[in-house]
Design a protein around this ligand. Structure first.
Ligand SMILES: [Zn+2]
Ligand SMILES: [Zn+2]
Length: 191
């Protein structure tokens, strides 16, 4: 089982003891690079961000930035009873619920909450194709919350075809050709 397939069980593990606001605050701490006092040398290593890790144009020609962070997982601010710190991309995704609430987009916030509650066959998909799996190291997973949505496994699997085609492109013209071909039927559109 890949990390992606396990993502909803990871989410319910976090939410068992933390509400969305707590998760959001933890995510904000990670964004600021906050390190908890620790005797573990690895955990005291400064957190570095790369907010320009991959920059790609989407079908509208708009630039999309993938973010990565040099920490496989993070749990500062979360209830310490969480034994396994969650991967950063899970925090990123869950932070959206409270972020939407803060910006007054309650319908979006409620939709994600509902999707999580229904759980089951859903998983986190990356519109940018830089999700976990396929020899990805934890620091190589995109943690830009805007690039993540909850979809079915089948949908996630089908997105791979788009991303493989896009990765095979060597020029912007080829990427544009792919977008124009309308082969991507996903929403939001793969890029
Ligand atoms: Zn991304
Ligand atoms: Zn697609």
């Amino acid at each position: 089982m890949s990390i992606e397939e396990d993502s909803l069980s990871g989410i319910s593990g976090i939410l068992k003891e933390n509400d969305f606001e707590t998760v959001y605050n933890s995510w904000k701490k990670l964004e600021r690079g906050f390190i908890a006092p620790s005797t573990n040398v690895a955990l005291r290593t400064p957190i570095k961000w790369n907010t320009r890790r991959w920059i790609k144009k989407n079908y509208k020609g708009k630039l999309r930035h993938c973010h990565t962070v040099t920490r496989p997982s993070y749990r500062v601010g979360l209830t310490p009873r969480i034994l396994r710190p969650p991967p950063c991309y899970l925090l990123a995704f869950l932070s959206k619920v409270h972020q939407y609430k803060l910006s007054g987009r309650l319908d979006r916030s409620q939709k994600i909450t509902q999707q999580i509650a229904n759980g089951g066959k859903l998983c986190i998909t990356h519109t940018c194709g830089n999700g976990p799996g396929r020899n990805k190291m934890p620091g190589d997973i995109c943690v830009n919350p805007n690039h993540m949505t909850l979809r079915t496994y089948q949908y996630n699997y089908e997105q791979r075809r788009c991303h493989e085609a896009l990765e095979a492109c060597t020029t912007e013209a080829e990427r544009q050709e792919f977008f124009d071909s309308k082969k991507c039927t996903h929403f939001p559109k793969c890029f």
